[in-house]
Design a protein. Structure first.
Length: 151
C-alpha cells in the first residue's frame, strides 16, 4: 500500500474572517518540493475572494485524471512498440447534480492529441491503448464521475 501526502496551508493574513469575506487563496505543498498556488474556483466563490490565476480543486481533479490516463497510455504504447513524440490533452470536467442530487464533477472528457514517432497504431490498437489506460488509471477508478476519451 502506498501513501501520498499533500500539505495544504491557508493563512488569514489579517482579514476579517467571520464575515466570510476572506481570500480563499492557499498553497499546496508536495513531498518533492513542488508548491502550487490554489484557490476556490471563481464560479464557487466570487472575486475578489477567489484567485482566478490559481489552480482550483476542480481543475486539479481534471488534471490528475488526465495525467494518470496519459502516464498509463504512454507505458502501454511503449510496451506495444509505438513511439510517442508528444501527448497533449485538453481535458474538460463538467459540474452538475449527480444521481444523489449533490453538486459534483459528473463528467470528465479527455481529448488527447498524440504525435507518433515511427509506427502509428490503427484505430483498434489506439482504442485498446486508451481502454487499457482507463482501466488501469487509479484516479479514474477513484471517481464517481464518468471519464471518457474523445478523439
Amino acid at each position: 500500500m502506498s501513501q501520498y501526502v499533500a500539505t495544504v496551508v491557508w493563512e488569514r493574513e489579517g482579514q476579517t474572517f467571520t464575515d466570510n469575506r476572506y481570500s480563499r487563496r492557499h498553497l499546496w505543498q508536495f513531498d518533492g518540493g513542488a508548491e502550487v498556488v490554489a484557490s476556490s474556483a471563481p464560479s464557487s466563490v466570487p472575486l475578489p475572494y477567489s484567485d482566478p490565476s490559481a489552480v482550483d480543486p476542480e481543475e486539479a481533479v481534471v488534471a490528475a485524471t488526465s495525467s494518470c490516463h496519459m502516464l498509463f497510455f504512454l507505458s502501454f504504447a511503449a510496451r506495444a512498440g509505438f513511439g510517442v513524440g508528444r501527448y497533449e490533452d485538453q481535458a474538460v470536467g463538467t459540474m452538475g447534480k449527480d444521481e444523489r442530487g449533490k453538486i459534483s464533477l459528473i463528467d470528465i472528457v479527455l481529448r488527447p492529441r498524440i504525435v507518433w514517432d515511427g509506427q502509428v497504431p490503427d484505430a483498434a490498437q489506439l482504442a485498446d491503448l486508451h481502454h487499457r489506460a482507463h482501466e488501469a488509471c487509479y484516479i479514474a477508478n477513484s471517481l464517481r464521475a464518468t471519464v471518457r476519451v474523445e478523439g
